[in-house]
Design a binder for this molecule. Structure first.
Ligand code: HEM
Length: 409
């Protein structure tokens, strides 16, 4: 076992996908590893202690850590994800109201209404591609909730762009260029919307996400430029639409383990939330998180110099035998006995979302999925033969077919 490993850099990540870092970690001691990524020294870690270490601003900063292609597709240049210290705290304050129960309930309510409106249309179609259809449903619901005006039917091309931004962030091929074009197009449209709200040409409902972003001020006291306001508005709408990945995974789970259907259909709220946590744990989404070492760091005897990369092994931690017994079994019951510990289950980051970079949309994710998973379980549909495999080499992955269903009348 070598303490320092030379990896054929991003090539391994591109071919091995989600298995890349966990496999390397397994070959070491499962908690820490030094390696080189894109020519840079890197330190990878996992486990609840590692989460707390990684989220300490004295150890890891975000500025300059995210590659340009990821910013040009997924997050947007200048996004909250790239800020540290006071600038981060001030920008994050725009997102923190998302954590409140009111925001969770009302966003889930709007998205559930959009689902209920779509179901009669689904019944009339010979087949529905669930992943795409749910993307459009969520886009419609989340825009209504956020105060973003959307004409009838506009949710379809917008959802297509939002899903493309997520789908294309970790690849160099055509998916990536589609994602870039989608971001350029939507940043322009949303920046224009912010400008029109500021000029009084468009009304933003008081207190809505649109209203708050146009009025938000940075640490210097200046209002956000229309482009940055657009980037952060998209940082609410886009990840909400990305919940269609988890709805597709939930459908995959119900198809694979139909024994869970009855409890979900009965409206058992506790079990539904446990099921949602298990979907977020079991299925792959974010592979790892990265930052830059503020100073030379030593973790479990492994060292990385200042400026080196620090990686938190998200997928590996969510499948860590020590944290989740029998981690490759889909068992929602594990979260009935014991709700997830703050720094154990980390599909949306770890530590405190109020002070660090943890996802501020996590409560909303669980709230929306609670509602949609129950609706999905009650929907009467068939799953015709199709390729439902989930390739671990693709980031982000999903059932290959996009989950085709035939909804019964
Ligand atoms: C950050 C995952 C849904 C808004 C993050 C991070 C992850 C993540 C892994 C990075 C944490 C870090 O850098 O430490 C997910 C997943 C989602 C989801 C898997 C469901 C598919 C949402 C939703 C919203 C949202 C619904 C908003 C409505 C954000 C924002 C950040 C973030 C603004 C940046 C926070 C910061 O840098 O301080 N998310 N998220 N996410 N997420 Fe989510």
């Amino acid at each position: 076992m070598s303490a320092h490993r030379l990896v054929p850099e991003s090539l391994a990540l591109l071919t091995e996908g989600y298995a890349w870092l966990p496999d390397l970690m397994r070959a070491e001691d499962d908690t820490a590893l030094t390696l080189r990524v894109l020519g840079k020294p890197a330190l990878a870690m996992r486990g609840p202690d590692a989460v707390r270490y990684f989220y300490d601003e004295e150890h890891v900063r975000r500025h300059g850590a995210l590659p340009g292609p990821v910013l040009s597709t997924l997050f947007g240049h200048g996004a909250v994800h790239t800020l540290d210290g006071d600038a981060h705290r001030q920008r994050k304050s725009f997102f923190l109201p998302l954590l409140e129960t009111d925001a969770v309930t009302s966003s889930a309510g709007h998205i559930a209404d959009a689902w209920d409106e779509a179901v009669p249309r689904w019944r009339e179609q010979p087949e529905v591609a669930l992943f795409d259809a749910v993307g459009a449903v969520i886009t419609r619901g989340v825009c209504r909730w956020a105060g973003v005006p959307l004409a009838e039917g506009e949710e379809v091309p917008l959802a297509r762009d939002l899903l493309a931004m997520v789908d294309g962030f970790a690849t160099a091929g055509p998916r990536h260029w589609r994602a870039r074009r989608a971001r350029t197009r939507q940043e322009r449209q949303f920046a224009d919307l912010v400008t029109r709200v500021r000029s009084g040409a468009v009304d933003a409902p008081t207190g809505s996400v649109l209203d708050r972003v146009q009025g938000h001020r940075d640490a210097s006291g200046a209002e956000l430029s229309p482009r940055i306001a657009a980037v952060e508005l998209l940082n609410v709408i886009r990840p909400a639409t990305a919940l269609s990945w988890f709805v597709a995974f939930a459908a995959h789970a119900l198809h694979s383990w139909p024994e869970h259907l009855e409890r979900l259909r009965s409206g058992d709220a506790e079990f539904t939330t446990a099921f949602v946590h298990e979907v977020r744990r079991f299925y792959p989404f974010a592979p790892f998180l990265g930052g830059q070492a503020v100073t030379e760091l030593t973790w479990h005897g492994r060292r990385v110099p200042a400026g080196g990369l620090v990686l938190l092994d998200v997928y590996g931690q969510n499948h860590d035998e020590g944290l989740f017994k029998d981690p490759y079994a889909f068992r929602p019951e594990r979260f009935l006995a014991r709700p997830p510990g703050r720094d154990d289950l980390i599909p949306q980051g770890g530590a405190d979302p109020r002070t660090g970079h943890r996802c501020p949309g996590e409560a909303m994710t669980v709230g929306v999925l609670d509602t949609l998973v129950q609706r999905l379980a009650r929907l009467r549909y068939e799953v015709p033969p199709q390729n439902l495999t989930i390739p671990l080499s693709r980031i982000p992955t999903r059932p290959r077919s996009g989950v085709i269903i035939k909804v019964r009348a």
